[in-house]
Design a protein around this ligand. Structure first.
Ligand code: TMP
Ligand code: ASP
Length: 232
């Protein structure tokens, strides 16, 4: 298979008609500064992410997702990735606490949407509309607004689904891309690597923060997210 791109946790290959995305067992934090390999992590993320994409597809959202191939692959439409990370926050956690005087755990009503420039070299800096346009990441504000709307829709869908399964969706990061016909599609992944999940009762951390903050039992919690998402 022809390798098109090797990221920090996924590799993208050219498939017969579409793309094959391989979810690897690599885990990184701090823009790649910290790295580990955990056997089975890629398969868990592929399976969890597949369920979320199916759910979004069922709700009529346009995504790159075409199918899940056990254990750790997605088939996806080819898109040109927009170099922005779209972050949605329901609850204050992570980097926003280092940037503004919010209290950890405080709720954002309505949820916040932030844009970051996707660049390890520059450490994914937040940017405003003008900077995103000046960088050529998007053509105009309309494109940013469409991403904002789609992100809030993803939030509504996933937040409700997870709440029924005893999981609080604290925040998450999305990436979007353009397909050949000029459609804006949700791309990348939605997994414990790219979301914060807290147990609704105990408030236990169930996502990559366990790795970022050396809390241990990373895969045990990823497995528990998989179990709740699939209900088995
Ligand atoms: P942050 O609090 O570090 O800004 O992260 C917000 C959310 O976005 C959190 O769920 C983790 C996710 N995220 C990624 O998936 N990749 C990234 O590169 C960053 C910065 C955040
Ligand atoms: N995605 C970044 C990394 O892997 C940052 C993070 O998620 O903490 O280094």
């Amino acid at each position: 298979m022809e390798l098109l791109n090797k990221g920090k946790a996924k590799s993208v290959y050219k498939g017969e008609a579409d793309l094959i995305i391989e979810f690897r067992d690599d885990l990184t934090a701090g823009d790649g500064a910290k790295h580990a390999t955990m056997e089975g992590k890629g398969a868990l993320n592929a399976e969890i992410s597949a369920r979320f994409f199916e759910l979004l597809d069922e709700a009529g959202m346009e995504t790159h997702f075409l199918g899940y191939e056990k254990p750790n692959r997605h088939l996806a439409k080819e898109v040109k990735i927009i170099p922005l990370e779209v972050i949605c926050r329901n609850i204050a956690a992570g980097s926003i606490l280092r940037r503004y005087p919010f209290e950890e755990g405080q709720e954002f009503t309505p949820p916040l949407v932030e844009f970051g420039f996707k660049s390890d070299e520059y450490h994914d800096p937040m940017l405003n509309d003008e900077v995103a346009i000046a960088l050529g990441a998007v053509k105009d504000r309309g494109e940013l607004n469409r991403m904002r709307e789609m992100t809030l829709r993803v939030n509504d869908i996933l937040r409700g689904f997870l709440a029924e399964r005893g999981v609080i969706l604290v925040d998450f990061k999305l990436e979007f891309g353009w397909d050949r016909d000029g459609n804006l599609l949700l791309a990348d992944e939605v997994s414990p690597d790219t979301c914060r999940f807290w147990d609704a009762e105990t408030k236990e951390v169930m996502d990559k923060d366990r790795f970022r903050r050396d809390m241990g039992d990373v895969l045990e919690y990823y497995r528990e997210i998989r179990r709740r998402v699939y209900g088995d």
